[in-house]
Design a protein around this ligand. Sequence first.
Ligand code: PLP
Length: 459
Amino acid sequence: MAYREMDTQGWQVLDRAHYLHPFTDHASLRQGGARVAVRGEGIYVWDTEGTRIIDGLSGLGNVNIGYGRRELVEAAASQMLELSYCQSFFKTTHRSAVMLAEKLTSMLPDSLNHVFFQSSGSEANETAIRLVRHYWDLAGRPQKRMIIGRELAYHGSTHMAASLSGIPPMHSAGGDIPMPSVTHIKTAYQYRNGFGMDPAEFGVLAASWLEDKILELGPDNVAAFIAEPAQSAGGALCPPETYWPEIQRICRKYDVLLILDEVVMGFGRTGHWFGHRRYGIEPDILQLGKAITSGYLPLSATVISDRIADLLIDKGGEWAHGYTYSGHPTCCAVALENIRILDEEKLVENAGATLAPYFKAKLDSFIDHPLIGDVRSVGLMGGLEIVQDKATREAFPYEAHIGDYCAAEGLKRGLAFRANGDTMSLMPPLVTTIEQFDTIFDIAREALDATAKEFGVTA
Ligand code: PLP
């Protein structure tokens, strides 16, 4: 049958037969079938049934300027017509990559002046770890090998990125993960790791777990600490203000490189241009991805401090690392146009000054809901943690999949939001209006009410 005549069911049959989805239980997908998306505009996505869904997740935290922006399409088309591909391996460069590298470094702290490009956040984290190892070898300290990450972190799905991650299923799938040179500490998750404490004191305590781990391993053996400014996949975990200054101090004290994974937080998610600005962090390696192109094309950037780059350039010889699509011209051209739109339309400033306070007030009001034990947010990333018992903070059993149930109730009513564990996460596009926020939160409440009813929870 011609594709254009196929109905939803036809697409679902083909989908089930041939397309393996990421992070999906295919047995359960087989029972229902996937929603077939066909079109996007602004914050909305339409499916083959004509149903309009609000994308409360900005895709996967990347579609910050919303769907359907013609300017990005035109930037891609004109770059493709002019120079559709260019390798940079053999002393060749091209203008879009150079302009983007220069643009990014002009937006970042003075010490971050060198950019390496890849296609994904996972690849960026592979680059970072190879780079860190190479750096310590060149610096004459090859024994500095261990990488410290955090529980509930998400850094990607390739072998090393999954090792760096601290979400349990990342370690159970695939075997030999985490690699022996990676270890994890508890994270700044106050609801579970410091309930009832003064937040400022908790921030210092949570940072001290890094110092404890460095001392346990021996500072001479520790290469780097990797962390997200705030954690999205871990369940919207936002650190207290005292956390990052302490982490920075500890990294400097023990000469441990700080890799800041801003793959989600970069380009406005925190209501600031970058997470490191929001939390006052100066990393040695900064990871950007996702919203660098607002999801129109795959691209990530690893931005490297002078300290590392100088050694690499002066003493490193040829560094045997790179990807066919490092600095792809079309992706770079689209990123430049995306940054222009974010900048000229003041989307980040508006998100920080107007949208984020409204978003937070709306989210905070959910603390009265019988299912919600904790509410967390920074900028336009927020989470509502579902618990079985608000007094004891006891979670529902994993097998109940209550978060997934709630997400399905949201989708039925026209809102895409997701469960990270039992935390219902929202990361709406930066172009969401106040009226659209009202709709998002009305649906979220209806979905939670329906979930409470199904699971027999009353006020
Ligand atoms: N780092 C963080 C903080 C992420 O949230 C993600 C993806 O969600 C990644 C890295 C991996 O990025 P990608 O899926 O582009 O490989």
